[in-house]
Ligand binder design. Structure first.
Ligand code: TAP
Length: 455
């Protein structure tokens, strides 16, 4: 077995070494998951619910340990890492109520009756990215298990630690062997095997659009079910009639949270021209006030980037001579640091404006009117997220309906909640996760006609 050394992005020091599964181990895990699925789907709904609640309780009892692993292995600030571990618990609890509500329908037909069943798909492969290792794992894992599927989760090579611990907690909580397996390994090996193996019935992928396209093509060969959560280049649209102080104060957190390594990052701020200068004046202290530093320290709001290679990629969007309007702070020396950076004015043809940067870099662009704001927001292949700031309720609804994106917020910088649907338009993805209907993509609907006529 090959080994992968996890590096602490804040110190550049090795944290631990993790054995990497190969194609053979992936095949063994898939066979185990397929065997386990036969009995897991037959577990009574109330018992499956109880096991998921025990799993949530085990996570709850280990919040600090999970957070410590995410601080060391991913560089997430302590407050954020604790929130993420608590989020896994909450997502498990929310979907623990689902097995007993997985009801079918009774449809009137002549000569009998028709009933529907929501059958589990079978083995689900979750391919998880490095940016939010815990939340994104839980979004696929919890509804898939609640619906009676077994799950093989492949964490990103760089950030396997919390997923491995969550897999152990599932066993400690009493989930049968093989129901949830965490398989660290390379995407091109283990991830690819999950896509290619005929016993895996569904793939849930979150990551880059390029790999998402390959996965969709791979799944197409077997008509395999697939959910894709891909990139974003979301707009934060600021109208002159909004609470400008609040819009400017929260704008940094809409894009620099998780050091900008967030598919929902509002990485293009669009501001009505009449208040552009005032907005920039208000934005400057807000950006400079973002506390960047040691992720383990209380009060840190932004940590380092995930790797040296990723920092180089992010820095390529800010070459010498780039129009840096505002720059926040970041520690010098060891660690993959990059300061919060605001670019303005920026051409709409500049790659900093058109491409997903996945780092703490944001552009600010003026617009003339509502129509131009919507046109600019939609002028991207992506459509994941966005915000609208206005005091006019009619405009808020009009613009929200006009923006082609799956998750929008009005007068707020956040739109992701586990009890509301999450997913993208256009090249940001396919399908929806979370919310009350999240079990639908993990089940197949079957209708059964039962004759009641005597002849
Ligand atoms: P990806 O390469 O897309 O990695 C995401 C996941 O897919 C990882 O678990 C990866 O495994 C796996 N993977 C890679 N190649 C695969 C293959 N051929 N078959 C199956 N699975 C495969 O993303 P990245 O390289 O980590 O990041 C690149 C860019 O993608 C980022 O800069 C950002 O723009 C975007 N990104 C977006 C998101 C979200 S939430 N939309 C998340 C992460 C990255 P390994 O890591 O082990 O190879």
């Amino acid at each position: 077995m090959t080994q992968y050394t996890v590096i602490n992005p804040a110190t550049e020091q090795p944290v631990t070494t993790i054995p990497q599964a190969g194609a053979e181990q992936a095949d063994e895990a898939i066979a185990r998951a397929a065997r386990a699925e036969e009995s897991w789907r037959a577990v009574a709904p109330g018992d499956r619910a109880r096991l998921l609640r025990s799993f949530a309780a085990a996570v709850d009892a280990n919040l600090d340990d999970l957070a410590a692993l995410e601080i060391a292995g991913s560089g997430h600030p302590a407050g954020q890492a604790r929130w993420e571990a608590g989020h896994v618990r909450d997502v498990l609890l929310y979907y623990s109520a689902a097995p007993e509500r997985l009801t079918g329908r009774q449809i009137p037909v002549a000569g009998g009756l028709d009933v529907t069943f929501a059958e589990p798909i079978g083995v689900v492969g979750l391919i998880v990215p490095w940016n939010f290792p815990m939340p994104i794992l839980s979004w696929g894992m919890a509804p898939a298990l609640a619906a009676g599927n077994t799950v093989i989760a492949k964490p990103a090579e760089m950030t396997p630690l919390t997923a491995i611990r969550i897999g152990e907690l599932a066993l400690e909580a009493g989930l049968p062997e093989g129901v949830l397996q965490v398989l660290p390994g390379k995407g091109s090996v283990v991830g690819q095997r999950l896509v290619d193996h005929p016993l895996v019935g569904k793939i849930v992928f979150t990551g880059s659009t390029e790999v998402g396209q390959q996965i969709m093509a791979g799944c197409a060969r077997q008509i395999k079910r697939v959910t894709l959560e891909l990139g974003g280049k979301s707009a934060n649209i600021v109208f002159a009639d909004c609470d400008l102080e609040k819009a400017a104060a929260t704008a940094p957190y809409a894009v620099f949270d998780n050091a900008g390594q967030d598919c929902c990052a509002r990485s293009r701020i669009l501001v009505e021209a009449s208040v552009f200068d005032r907005f920039m004046e208000l934005l400057e202290p807000a950006v400079q006030g973002v506390r960047v530093g040691d992720p383990a320290a209380d009060g840190t709001e932004m940590g380092p980037l995930i790797s040296a290679a990723h920092r180089e990629h992010v820095a390529s969007y800010v070459p010498d001579g780039a129009p840096v309007a505002i720059r926040g702070s970041a520690p010098d020396g060891t660690g993959f640091w990059y300061p919060p950076t605001v670019l303005a004015p920026v051409s709409t043809a500049d790659r900093a404006y058109t491409e997903e940067i996945f780092g703490p870099v944001v552009t600010v662009t003026p617009f003339r009117d509502e129509a131009e704001a919507i046109a600019l927001a939609n002028d991207t292949p992506y459509g994941l997220s966005g915000s609208i700031w206005t005091g006019n309720v009619g405009r808020a609804i009009r613009v929200a309906r006009g923006v082609e994106a799956g998750n929008l917020s009005v007068n707020s910088h956040s739109s992701v909640r586990y009890w509301t649907p999450f997913g993208g338009f256009k090249q940001s993805g396919l399908g929806r996760e979370l919310g009350p209907d999240a079990l639908d993509p993990f089940t197949e609907t079957k209708n059964v006609f039962i004759a009641t006529d005597t002849e």
